[in-house]
Design a protein. Structure first.
Length: 492
């Protein structure tokens, strides 16, 4: 019988590629989180174009990340780790910036989807609830307190180990398929899909291009997320095969969903009013397609899919903080696993941050805008790091080595993301919800990451700050052994 070789509390190798695929099913849920905004601004065809283009970029990036995922398949941290490894020869500051940008992009899923679950539940079962509690001029009603309750519940699922969270994800993933089928297929047979509701609208500065670029920046949060499969690389039974299969299958499915859901649902709803864009319009659409009674069941399915997204995001964001702490890029206290072999302390940070976001920031899109500043920046660093690793570490073992054509593709994707970041981050009011205060919060997270990095190096490690670090051309014997397939150890 196989046993787990654990010198200290470590991440366990318990996942197969299809577990990673199920964890990444949070990404279709991300589509549900912000689709209403694009349907209201660009129409069904415009939404399909933007979501499809963004998902295609995400799929190409997932293919690219499969190479560094197996280069560093023994380490947690995902694409922020690749950014750090590629750039630290030139500057050590990229590591903490990429890591915290990546973390905040995943962490805020809890507050956004908690609020959407609250809005859906209130609209379906308590439509006449009007009571509020005022905290610092923010009026918190029933949806906000439902959101806080779901955040607490998802945190509890994750701190007791990855396997319970994965099984919960399987249940929620199965339920997710039901509303996806409802929105993609059913309207064409019920007659609720009407061609006159399907159109594309691109207006505003630069002939509508600037608004489109702003939303490509916003949508990155929803469509690039299949890279989360790479974060779990140390926990796959076969790191080499399972990581690549999980990344590529999840990204392909995401592209399929991002093209067909906007078209199918948009033909039912038409342009979505801003007042219901955060999620309430789904209740109206489901009632129109299947009636009020059945809409209750489909609402439960959507809530389950959103809980799946929250569960995956908690697991991913917690491991990002854990990985950067182990790499010496932030405080030591976050690089600790609990007795269930999961980074509970890092997950608790997510819990506190997201409850604060529910209480103090009222708009989901404002939260998205704020968090995407760091998240898109992380992708710019990770894609450029892929090119740097090819140049600087040609002899490093690569279980998956992409062909040369992927080098210019990575360069183009890096430039596109830099463009989305530049235009999107500097035009907060064009999305209709962001403010310069939200911009300051997003930048503040990145500044805070550098302060924690300096504290780790100077106070905790008692070292001078290394502005750059020498990088090995090949792994040392210990790391090479950890990367070897023969080092895979399975729990009993």
């Amino acid at each position: 019988m196989a046993t787990a070789a654990v010198e200290e509390v470590q991440l366990l190798k318990t996942l197969r590629w299809y577990d990673g695929f199920v964890i990444a099913l949070c990404n279709p849920g991300f589509l549900l989180g912000s689709l209403g905004f694009t349907l209201g601004i660009f129409g069904a065809i415009g939404s399909m174009i933007l979501w499809g283009a963004s998902a295609l970029i995400g799929m190409l990036q997932a293919w690219i990340y499969s190479e560094p995922a197996t280069m560093f398949g023994n380490r947690s941290g995902g694409i922020s780790l690749y950014a750090h490894e590629g750039w630290r020869r030139y500057t050590t500051l990229v590591g903490p910036l990429a890591a915290f940008g990546y973390w905040i992009g995943w962490s805020v899923v809890l507050s956004i989807f908690g609020k959407i679950i609250g809005d859906l539940a209130a609209a379906q079962w308590w439509p006449h609830s009007t009571w509020t509690v005022t905290i610092f001029s923010n009026h918190l009603g029933l949806p906000h307190f439902i959101a806080i309750g779901t955040i607490l519940a998802v945190w509890m699922f994750n701190v007791f180990g990855l396997r319970p969270a994965v099984w919960f994800s399987y249940v929620c993933g199965a339920l997710l398929m039901i509303p996806l089928a409802l929105f993609i297929v059913v309207p064409y047979f019920t007659g609720d899909w009407q061609a006159h509701r399907v159109h594309a609208t691109f207006t505003g500065p630069w002939g509508g291009l600037k608004v489109a670029l702003v939303y490509m920046f916003i949508l990155a949060w929803s469509t690039y997320g299949t890279e989360a499969c790479a974060t779990f690389a140390p926990e796959y039974r076969d790191t080499q095969r399972d990581t690549a299969k999980a990344l590529r299958s999840a990204a392909s499915f995401q592209l399929f969903v991002c093209i067909l859901v906007p078209l199918g649902l948009g033909g039912v709803t038409g342009a979505v009013p801003a007042a219901t864009a955060e999620g309430q319009f789904y209740t109206q659409a489901m009632t129109q397609i299947v009636g009020h009674g059945a809409a209750t069941f489909f609402t439960i399915c959507i809530i389950a899919s959103l809980l799946l997204s929250m569960t995956s995001s908690t697991a991913d964001a917690g491991r990002a903080l854990f990985g950067i702490s182990r790499a010496g890029m932030t405080i030591k206290e976050l690089g600790v696993l609990n007795r269930f072999h999961v980074p509970a302390r890092a997950m608790t940070v997510d819990l506190i941050v997201n409850i604060c976001l529910v209480v103090f920031i009222t708009s989901n899109l404002a939260i998205l805008y704020m968090s995407n500043i760091g998240y898109v920046l992380c992708h710019v660093f990770a894609l450029s790091a892929f090119l740097l690793l090819r140049r600087d570490r040609p002899d490093w073992p690569r279980s998956i080595k992409l062909s040369a054509i992927w080098l210019p593709i990575a360069g183009v994707l890096c430039a596109l993301n830099a463009l989305f970041l530049l235009v999107g981050a500097l035009a907060p009011k064009l999305n209709g919800y962001g403010t310069w205060t939200d911009f300051a919060i997003g930048v503040g997270v990145l500044v805070g990451s550098l302060l924690l990095f300096f504290y780790r190096r100077i106070v905790q490690d008692k070292e001078a700050i290394h502005w750059s670090e020498a990088t090995p051309s090949v792994p040392d014997e210990k790391e090479l052994a950890e990367l070897a397939p023969s080092s895979i150890v399975l729990p009993a």
